[in-house]
Design a protein around this ligand. Structure first.
Ligand SMILES: Cc1cc2nc3c(=O)[nH]c(=O)nc-3n(C[C@H](O)[C@H](O)[C@H](O)COP(=O)(O)OP(=O)(O)OC[C@H]3O[C@@H](n4cnc5c(N)ncnc54)[C@H](O)[C@@H]3O)c2cc1C
Length: 445
């Protein structure tokens, strides 16, 4: 065998599977690129809106309560599947397990230059570029001082950059207007300012925020932009200023320090849509973790070669057209869902690497347009988005009769069925938990 374990996919789920297996085994990751982890806001949603399907519980204000409701009401959710392996009171043990795995991950990410802050109980409320806000559990430290719950009664200001967004001219004023309109009127003042970097001799052609963040990796450039931001804010009355997430990507640690040295905790990043710098920062930090744990990375598109009830090899096609087979004792499928190509619709829905059946709830989905799984309300629990591979409690994919398809294949992350991160807010939380566990199961056999 070339490897003990091969993990397919290197988002959060695949990386956690790989580094957990690599503690004792020889591991490779095969990946064709980046997926949802790199596109995400980088903020960890562990569990949010919960309750019986279609009837969300109101008033759940703690993470433990939210996880407990998932365990109680959502038997097919990956959290519930994993919790059935616990021997004691799963309503206490599972949240502690989430905390243990999360604390370990955040400490590993900190060594790679990304500090996560938040709480295992209460939520942080971070504004986004739509002028609304996101309830989340952990975010990068460049965002946390912008937790709106701590800023009530203060004067806040949003900073925009001309030409950095399709709606660049109005973006900062739009955010402040929306926040004023939607119930967050309890700020003393909500202001905005738009900075045109060209007025300061900095060329800026149709930047989006992520490109601007990339230019900030150059320390000298970042110093100039910081000075311009400071100059603009000096003429305003504010107690906290929100910038788009532009504080660098690969050099984030240093750029954040420059801003903190200059502004203390009175400036933070707000959340912007994909592609956003914090998601890419997270993905790059995961890449560094793979390297530190000695995991080999094979770039290419994987296709499965299952024989009988075991997988021995996969074929990998690289971008330059080369094809190779590579073998392992165990495999972890962490290929994501629609956006990263883990679940595809080519006439019928199926899982892309091994052709595994995909499910909505307990039913296999073959219909390319399954009826009744999308409703008119975008905030409703859209069943289509919970589509994915179904597994046993050890995360091994099963068929419609509940039989394990390949005894040495495990699945993790958003390729799984049974949860809808948009609705239940367990996106990176599920990738983290199932990834770590799939890595451990793949070694234990
Ligand atoms: C736009 C967006 C914003 C989001 N925002 C948030 C958020 O703010 N907070 C939150 O908690 N969650 C968020 N989520 C959800 C969260 O990002 C995902 O649930 C999580 O990142 C999934 O991680 P993953 O490792 O399972 O998959 P991915 O990160 O998608 O990784 C899949 C990997 O598999 C690889 N791959 C796929 N097919 C193959 C193949 N055939 N061969 C080789 N490699 C392959 C891909 O290249 C990639 O490396 C967001 C999702 C999206 C799409």
């Amino acid at each position: 065998m070339d490897y003990d374990v091969i993990v397919i996919g290197s988002g959060l789920a695949g990386t956690l599977a790989a580094i957990n297996a690599a503690r004792t085994k020889k591991v490779a990751v095969v990946r064709k690129g980046y997926g949802a982890t790199a596109l995400s806001s980088g903020a960890f949603d562990i569990a949010g809106r919960t309750g019986q399907r279609g009837r969300p519980f109101k008033g759940i204000s703690t993470l433990t309560g939210a996880i407990g409701n998932i365990l109680y009401n959502e038997p097919l959710h990956p959290y519930s599947m994993l919790s059935t392996l616990l021997t004691g009171d799963r309503f206490n043990e599972f949240p502690s397990m989430v905390k243990t795995i999360g604390d370990q991950l955040f400490s590993e990410l900190e060594t790679e230059g990304i500090r996560y802050e938040g709480s295992w109980e209460s939520y942080s409320i971070i504004p986004n570029q739509h002028g609304t806000f996101k309830l989340t559990s952990f975010c990068q430290s460049s965002m946390l001082s912008g937790n709106l719950t701590k800023l009530m009664g203060r004067a806040i200001v949003f900073v925009g950059f001309e030409r950095t967004d399709v709606h660049n001219k109005t973006r900062a004023s739009f955010i402040s207007a929306m926040l004023s309109k939607y119930g967050l009127a309890s700020f003393r003042n909500i202001g905005c300012t738009n900075i045109d970097l060209r007025h300061y001799g900095i060329p800026c052609n149709e930047y989006d925020y992520i490109s601007l963040a990339g230019t900030m990796d150059d320390t000298e450039h970042a110093k100039k932009v910081l000075a311009i931001v400071k100059h603009s804010l000096d003429s305003m009355e504010y107690e906290h200023a929100f910038l788009p997430p532009i504080m660098g990507i690969t050099n984030h640690h240093e750029v954040l320090k420059m801003f903190t040295d200059s502004f203390g905790d009175t400036v933070s990043e707000f959340i912007s849509p994909p592609s956003s710098a914090p998601g890419l920062r997270l993905q790059y930090a995961l890449d560094r973790l793979l390297a530190r744990h000695g995991v080999a990375i094979i770039e290419g598109d994987a296709a499965g070669e299952g024989t009988g009830d075991t997988i021995k090899t996969i074929r990998v096609s690289s971008r330059d057209g080369r094809k190779a087979s590579t073998s392992a004792d165990s495999f972890v499928l962490a290929t994501g869902k629609f956006i990263s190509g883990g679940i595809v619709n080519k006439g019928t829905w199926h899982e892309a690497v091994f052709g595994l059946p995909v499910f909505i709830g307990v039913h296999q989905t073959k219909d390319p347009f399954p009826p009744g799984h999308l409703t008119g309300d975008p905030f409703d629990d859209q069943m289509l988005f919970s589509m994915g591979v179904r597994t046993d409690t050890s995360l091994r994919p099963v068929d419609e009769d509940g039989r394990v398809v390949y005894k040495n294949l495990y699945a993790a992350g958003s390729v799984l069925s049974g949860y809808n991160y948009i609705y239940d807010k367990t996106g990176l939380g599920t990738a983290m938990m199932t990834g770590a566990k799939a890595g451990i199961f793949s070694v234990a056999g």
